[in-house]
Design a protein around this ligand. Structure first.
Ligand SMILES: [Zn+2]
Length: 441
């Protein structure tokens, strides 16, 4: 109550003195996300939610709170451009049809738990590329309001595609079981008019980005994984409508022809991109299309296949295409395709996301390239590079710290000791210290 009284008695904002508390971080080594050489013994000054200054010679003002990370490597908060927070994790319960068997509120609560796991792992921003029932949008709003802790979310709302396609929530169910034809609520939109309406519906309901299924998928029962699903004409309609409403389009795409059609249609990113060829990567370079390779998803799918935990049709599809993940990634990397880190978390347990850095290095990136992919590059794909993605004055103070030197051993990023989001410490010495109810009215 005292805080409220003080706030009511405070002078108008324009006349208020600049009293935001200043925090100084002493960093042993800084990797700033831009790809620049690391900075030793730097100071980061934080005022309110944002970084005020960073550098080796920045003086610490008297009275500033000091956080000593001089024994750590300090980096921007990580960014995962492909997660599914408000969904049942693969292999858990009725994960295939959770949207039809669970209450929307249950999925949103599960999403809140996943969001906290993600933030604990040092991921301060994610792009959630789709959920049923708009769970990702609800979660984004709850986190923004301070009701629950979690990363900043760029949300897609409901992901959609053709009838019987990878995004069709009723895939594998008996005909007529809904009592009506599957529509946008079940992730289905067929034809140019319907996809235009679907984009508008997503934007109306709060989507920051549009997610479509351009081709078949692995984790759906009936579709053929390599097959193109949306026509190029339908995808052009999606992109044009989204662009008119200032939204970008992410396209789930495994099969080669579907990838090329999506790129020609103007999507911003190809998700997975499993069956690339030289023409596909050349087209991506020409169009400036991003690749979000989701290496962990392939890894996890094969682990579950080998453990006998996936239905036979899905296991067969995984066996057919997962061996191509690594060669396609190398092809894109060599060709100079823009690559952003994205994991498909939800296919595996949330909070393990940083293993993607390790796989990117294992498959050919330098450690610095992988760090850029998971910081400034991912921020740029999301259109949020003015606010997040690197350690620079003016950006949000989204900061993580790890022991050791990730440029020598990239797996250091899998063990995050310190997490700050928007100037508030969430994790310190490996322990959660951020209050989960800090913003609850
Ligand atoms: Zn996905």
């Amino acid at each position: 109550m005292l805080a409220l009284v003080v706030a009511l008695q405070a002078p108008p904002a324009a006349a208020a003195p600049d009293t935001a508390a200043v925090t100084a971080i002493r960093a042993g080594m800084v990797i700033d996300g831009t790809g620049a050489a690391p900075l030793k013994n730097a100071v980061i000054l934080i005022k309110g939610e944002r970084i005020a200054a960073i550098g080796a010679n920045v003086p610490i003002p008297p009275g500033a709170g000091v956080i000593d990370l001089s024994g750590f490597t300090v980096l921007p908060g990580f960014i995962d451009a492909h997660v599914h927070l408000a969904s049942r994790t693969l292999g858990d319960g009725d994960w295939q049809h959770a949207g039809l068997t669970m209450m929307p509120a249950e999925l949103a609560l599960l999403g809140a738990a996943h969001a906290q796991q993600t933030l604990e792992a040092g991921f301060t921003t994610v792009r959630d590329v789709g959920s049923v029932h708009y769970g990702d949008i609800a979660l984004r709003n709850a986190i923004t309001a301070g009701w629950v802790p979690g990363p900043r979310i760029v949300a897609a709302g409901i992901l959609f595609g053709i009838t019987g396609g990878h995004c069709d929530e009723t895939d594998g169910l008996a005909p007529g079981v809904l009592g009506h034809e599957a529509g946008i609520e079940e992730g289905v939109a067929d034809g140019v008019d319907a996809v235009r309406a679907a984009v508008r519906t997503m934007v109306k309901n709060g989507a920051d980005v549009i997610k479509i299924c351009a081709t078949g998928g692995v984790l759906s029962l009936t579709d053929s994984v390599g097959a193109q699903q949306y026509s190029e004409e339908e995808m052009r309609a999606v992109v044009e409508t989204a662009r008119g409403l200032a939204r970008r389009v992410a396209a789930h795409a495994h099969g080669t022809e579907g990838i090329k059609a999506a790129v020609r249609a103007g999507v911003t990113s190809i998700e997975h991109g499993t069956l690339l060829d030289s023409e596909a990567v050349a087209l991506m370079v020409q169009h400036g299309t991003w690749l979000v390779p989701t290496l962990m998803a392939g890894d996890q799918a094969m682990q579950l296949v080998n453990a006998g935990r996936l239905p036979a049709p899905i296991a067969a599809k995984a066996r057919a295409i997962v061996p191509r993940v690594q060669s396609s990634f190398r092809l894109a990397l060599r060709a100079g395709v823009k690559i952003a880190l994205g994991t498909d978390a939800g296919v595996f347990q949330h909070g393990k996301n940083a293993h993607e850095f390790t796989l990117m290095v294992r498959y050919g990136m330098t450690p610095m390239q992988s760090i850029q992919a998971g910081t400034l590059s991912a921020a740029t794909l999301l259109g949020r590079e003015a606010d997040v993605g690197s350690l620079a004055a003016g950006k949000y103070a989204d900061i993580v710290a790890v022991k050791g030197d990730p440029l020598q051993d990239i797996t250091a990023l899998e063990h995050v000791d310190f997490v700050m989001k928007g100037g508030a410490v969430f994790k310190r010495d490996g322990q959660i210290v951020g209050r989960s109810d800090a913003g609850v009215p």
